[in-house]
Design a protein. Structure first.
Length: 94
């Protein structure tokens, strides 16, 4: 490892936290998007090929909600783990 390498712990933690917060916001946006799509399906495009395609699209979008939350949490956890791993590996320097 480069002896001149400096890792800003607070910055890494902040980036992980920021990713988690943005994931939560994106989750809220996606929830609202699904509600809008369902309203369009039930109020405006109730039958026909476009309705069926919209139903299929909604079915593809809905599962993304949980994945966004999971990924953003994992980024935050990995950021914390990275700092811990670096500290463990370099404990003799501190």
């Amino acid at each position: 490892m480069d002896p001149d390498l400096i890792i800003d712990d607070e910055y890494v933690y902040a980036v992980g936290n920021d990713c988690n917060q943005r994931g939560k916001k994106l989750e809220d946006i996606l929830d609202e998007y699904v509600v809008i799509l369902k309203e369009i399906k039930s109020e405006a495009i109730m039958a026909g090929n476009v309705s069926e395609a919209l139903e299929a699209f909604i079915g593809c979008v809905e599962p993304l909600k949980d994945q966004i939350t999971e990924l953003s949490k994992r980024v935050e956890e990995r950021s914390s783990n990275f700092i811990q791993d670096v500290n463990d590996a370099d404990q003799y320097l501190f």
